[in-house]
Design a protein around this ligand. Structure first.
Ligand code: NAI
Ligand code: MG
Length: 350
């Protein structure tokens, strides 16, 4: 059998620390059921310092040949974040039409939530990943002068809105959850793009009578992610709102160090990309204390996507077992374990 081909981009900061840990877990979970060929690409801030760009000009063509992309994190205190994001992450998401950014948030047994009464949180934020507020349409006028003007437009297409909403409805249907989809906008203030979003949501909802729906404005959604997080099942939102809300869903389930994500091309024309929700965490990088669970759980999402649900489930069970037993935890979860100790515990649980 041909090996599965994975392009690995550890990236910057803690990305370089958690990616090797997750690869060890994947190898152990697959045992000899499948072979993975991991090809490492040293792209990111270090590459930028040497070459003046985040990745080579032909990077997209290089990546196209792979079954999936496994990313750590991108970002460095000495490089402006709009350069890192627009130089690597966003071009990959767009070139491979990874329009569904799937971000589960589960309050695992034994993990403390910062909320007093969180309830059983088990939700997924589905974020539109190719357009919206991240479209980079706009410009500067009178750049550098006192009368400087910046215009930043959002791009909302019927095609883009409809496919992400359908994806979210299908996910709500497939999941063994509350069969509920919440759509988040700010159509009271943004009277074009998000009004179109609301209209498309209503028309697509008619095709899913078995899924109950809810529509929230993003400010109320932010409040309700804190007030009643256990009431959510699947949540669908634009690029920016989905990004912000998934940091809230991550922290109410204990730590962003547990938050995994998938950037999916649901039609499977191109490689999908799997990465934790968190960034390069320069404040803790190099200390050996970053929580590897988000990267490990992202790897499980990758295995699921690649047709190895049993191995993915084994990783999920092992992670749950380690978290349930408070012995081995990194400092973000109130423990004093090191990154590698957490990986060892997961390997042992496997
Ligand atoms: P961040 O997610 O890197 O860190 C936020 C806070 O959470 C920090 O206190 C950090 O120590 C903590 N944290 C994050 N991941 C953790 C983990 N696995 N274990 C324990 N603690 C963890 O976000 P921040 O600080 O806003 O951004 C840092 C850099 O990362 C910036 O350059 C930013 O642009 C970039 N970034 C990149 C992303 C990506 O590659 N997809 C996503 C978010 C930010
Ligand atoms: Mg984010």
């Amino acid at each position: 059998m041909n090996p599965i081909r994975i392009a690995v981009i550890p990236g910057d900061g803690v990305g370089k620390e958690v990616v090797p840990e997750a690869i060890r877990v994947v190898e152990a979970a697959l045992a000899n059921q499948a072979e993975i060929a991991w090809t490492h690409f040293p792209w990111g801030a270090d590459y930028y310092f040497e070459h003046g760009r985040m990745m080579p000009e032909d990077a997209i063509d290089t990546l196209r040949a792979f079954d999936s992309i496994f990313l750590g994190a991108i970002g460095h205190p000495q490089v402006a974040d709009h350069i890192t994001l627009n130089g690597l992450l966003l071009p990959i998401r767009r070139a491979f039409d990874q329009y569904a950014n799937v971000r589960p948030a589960v309050l695992y047994k034994g993990v403390p939530s910062p909320l007093a009464n969180p309830g059983p949180i088990d939700m997924i934020v589905v974020r539109e990943n190719t357009e919206g507020e991240y479209a980079q349409v706009g410009g500067f006028v009178h750049s550098g002068f006192p009368a400087e003007v910046a215009v930043q437009a959002g791009v909302f297409t019927r095609h883009g809105i409809e496919r992400i909403i359908r994806f979210a409805f299908d996910l709500a249907r497939k999941r063994n959850g509350k069969k509920r989809l919440t759509s988040v906008t700010k159509s009271n203030a943004q009277g074009y793009g998000l009004v179109l979003w609301d209209r498309v949501f209503a028309s697509v909802a008619a095709d899913y009578p078995d899924i109950s729906t809810e529509e929230l404005l993003v400010d109320a959604a932010a409040m309700n992610f804190v007030r009643r997080p256990a009431s959510f099942d699947v949540v669908v939102a634009s690029n920016l709102f989905g990004d912000i809300l998934s940091d809230i869903s991550a922290i109410v389930t204990g730590s962003i160090g547990l938050a995994a994500s998938a950037n999916l091309d649901p039609e499977r024309r191109f490689p999908s990309m799997f990465e934790p929700v968190h960034g390069s965490a320069p404040d803790i990088a190099g200390k050996g204390i970053v929580n590897p669970m988000a990267q490990i759980l992202s790897a499980a999402m990758m295995l699921e996507h690649l047709g190895h649900p049993a191995a993915a489930a084994r990783i999920d069970t092992a992670v749950r077992r380690v978290l349930a037993d408070a012995k081995t935890r990194t400092p973000d979860l109130g423990g004093s374990s090191r990154t590698t100790e957490v990986t060892e515990a997961v390997l042992k649980a496997l």
